[in-house]
Every structure is written in structure tokens, then in C-alpha cells.
Design a protein around this ligand. Structure first.
Ligand SMILES: [Mg+2]
Length: 360
């Protein structure tokens, strides 16, 4: 099965303006699509950004990854991932290079599923099952009443968990928002808190202790991901679990976190983590360390991948829903999602819905 053709698309999808403490205002999602053809089958992959870098991802695939792959056998996805990673190692090891490799790797896994007529969850060694989902807002700029309305919407949709952003300059304002959300949802709903790396470790220790009375289910990305030892200290000294993963760009970065006991919840993202291939390794590492797993965005792919985890506690239903652009949006039933059962990952973009947003 020889790789014959790789085609890419680039789209700028408008978002209702939103934002968080680490990335500021976000009003555009960039979507980079990949179609990879071999022996009459076409695997589909994609990468996304939160507004910047997408053109570089497309260019990396078109100009640098394509020549490494055309004419190669599509059978051994892990070997092809390695070929891509090593081929771009000098300017890579993470960031946009990891995103570009991920988009192709996702298409290769889809192609493998089509070839073997098996869904991704089965290829991943998993058991298909419902995974609890939580409603996740990118809501730091929202006034308090808007935040509460959004959380009410999540509860009405049946989610048993909700996530809110904090990390405002005024710690008292963060506390007031978390307190108001906890009051609204009561004690039976899990409340996740996401700082998007806004704090120093000392700030995280201080503010994390003050948040404890609202019983957060986890505290996500409290500080910059480079400081592994700092996160280990937060795991040791704060009462709530520390969740990380969306800003870790390879399985080796997860390895360092897990070895240092610097994570309490491992969050996968098959785009930012460099593809499905490294994510499967991350899930094994989490299992070996006895850590629960969750996901960042990538709702449709993660529904498959979390089925290969021993303890997948939650899938994130993210504010950047791809639903308007998909042939078959993911279904939420009683606050849970299941992976699709057809071959591959099952995610197909609707070309008509994407066309108005095509860009160069
Ligand atoms: Mg986050």
C-alpha cells in the first residue's frame, strides 16, 4: 500500500470572540486538513490552531513532509511517524512541526482503519464505551452573568462536569467567579478550573490553596509547562489534582512530567501532542503510573483514544465545536460520548460547509 497523494486545505473559521489568561483574545480557529491517498483509499487528518501559525503548518506538510512520504508504504504508521519526526528534527521537536506531523499521522491511522475495516478505538487496543463528557468554556472575558448562563447551558445538556477559565490579574475576581459557579451548580457537579499557564509557581501555591474551599475537580495548567519541578511541587502541596497535557508537544515531555510526579491528570490532544502515535504511548505511560486521563479539544478523535486508557475520567466538549463543519457531529447522550463504530476515526469534514472559509 503505497502513499500516492497528499492534499491539504487551509481554512479560517470564525469564532464568537473568547479568550483565556494564557492566549488572550481568540476569534479565529485555523483548520488545516489532510487527505492521504493510497491504493484507492483516502485517510483524513487535520490540525488546528487558535488563530496563528496555520499557514506554516500547511507549508510544512506540502513542502517538507510530502517528499518524505510519497512512494513509502503506508503500513507501518509508527515508522512513518519516526521518519517525519527525524526528518524535521533540526527545526522541530515540538510546536508547529509537531502539529504538522500530527495532521499526517491522524490521516495515516484513519487509512489503516479503512484498510483493516476496524474503528480507531480497536486499532488503539481499546474497548468501545461511553466516556463522561464535561462542558468547557473559553470564557475569561465573559462578564459573570454570561459565565453563569454558559454554565447553566452545560448543565441543561446533561454534563456532570463544567470547566471555567481563571487567571485574571485580580485574584479576588477569580475567587468570586469560581464561588458563583460553585453556588450555581451545587456539590454534585464536578468543577474544573483552567489557568492557561498564567501564574508563577508561588502564585499557584497561594491561589490554589484559596480555591480549595470550592472543591475543584482539577486545577489545569497553573503555570508554564517548562517548569516540571514546579508542577511537581504543586502536585505535592496543593489539595486538588493538577491537570496538564495540551501544551506538551511530544510523548517525551509527558514522560518527564510523569516521571517527576508533576501531573495528577494526563490530558491528551492528538494534534498538539504530535499525533495519535505519541498519544497512544502517553496513554500507556499514564496507565503504568496509575494516573487518570482526559482530553483537550479533539472531541471526536479523543472519544476513540480514551477508550484505550484504563481510567479515562472525562472527555472535554470544547467551546470550539467543529460540529457546523462535520458530516456527522458527535452525539452526546446522557452527558457521555461514544466513539464511532465505522472504520477509521470517522471524522469527515463537510466540504460545502468549509468552502466559504478557505484561505491562502
Ligand atoms: Mg486548557
Amino acid at each position: 500500500m503505497t502513499i500516492e497523494r497528499i492534499t491539504t486545505g487551509y481554512y479560517r473559521l470564525p469564532l464568537e470572540p473568547m479568550g483565556d489568561a494564557g492566549h488572550g483574545r481568540i476569534d479565529t480557529e485555523e483548520l488545516i486538513t489532510v487527505e492521504l491517498a493510497a491504493d484507492g483509499l483516502v485517510g483524513h487528518g487535520y490540525a488546528y490552531t487558535i488563530g496563528r501559525g496555520g499557514r506554516a503548518i500547511r507549508s510544512l506538510i506540502d513542502h517538507d513532509l510530502r517528499p518524505l512520504l510519497i512512494g513509502q508504504s503506508a503500513h507501518d504508521v509508527a515508522a512513518l511517524w519516526d521518519r517525519m519526526w527525524r526528518g524535521l528534527l533540526y527545526g522541530g521537536r515540538g510546536g508547529l512541526v509537531a502539529f504538522a506531523i500530527a495532521a499526517v499521522d491522524i490521516a495515516l491511522w484513519d487509512l489503516r482503519g479503512l484498510r483493516e475495516n476496524r474503528p480507531l478505538w480497536a486499532l488503539a487496543g481499546g474497548t468501545a464505551r461511553p466516556i463522561p463528557a464535561y462542558g468547557s468554556g473559553v470564557d475569561l472575558p465573559k462578564p459573570l452573568d454570561g459565565l453563569l448562563r454558559q454554565v447553566e447551558g452545560f448543565i441543561q445538556r446533561g454534563y456532570s462536569g463544567v470547566k471555567v477559565k481563571i487567571g485574571k490579574p485580580d485574584a479576588a475576581e477569580d475567587l468570586a467567579r469560581v464561588a458563583a459557579v460553585r453556588r450555581l451548580v451545587g456539590d454534585k457537579i464536578d468543577l474544573m478550573i483552567d489557568v492557561n499557564m498564567a501564574w508563577s509557581i508561588d502564585q499557584a501555591l497561594d491561589r490554589g490553596r484559596r480555591l480549595a474551599e470550592y472543591n475543584p475537580f482539577w486545577l489545569e495548567e497553573p503555570s508554564a509547562p517548562e517548569d516540571v519541578e514546579g508542577h511537581a511541587r504543586l502536585v505535592r502541596e496543593l489539595p486538588m489534582p493538577i491537570a496538564v497535557g495540551e501544551s506538551l508537544y511530544s510523548a517525551w515531555e509527558f514522560e518527564r512530567y510523569i516521571a517527576a510526579r508533576a501531573a495528577g491528570v494526563v490530558q491528551i490532544d492528538p494534534v498538539t501532542n504530535g499525533g495519535i502515535t505519541p498519544v497512544l504511548r502517553v496513554l500507556r505511560l499514564a496507565d503504568e503510573a496509575g494516573l487518570p486521563t482526559s482530553s483537550h479539544y479533539t472531541d471526536e478523535l479523543s472519544a476513540h483514544l480514551l477508550c484505550a486508557s484504563k481510567n479515562p475520567i472525562y472527555l472535554e466538549k470544547h467551546a470550539f465545536a467543529l460540529d457546523p463543519y462535520l458530516e456527522q457531529p458527535q452525539v452526546v447522550t446522557n452527558g457521555t460520548v461514544r466513539p464511532t463504530d465505522g472504520p477509521g476515526h470517522g471524522l469527515r469534514f463537510n466540504p460545502e460547509a468549509l468552502r466559504p472559509y478557505a484561505a491562502d
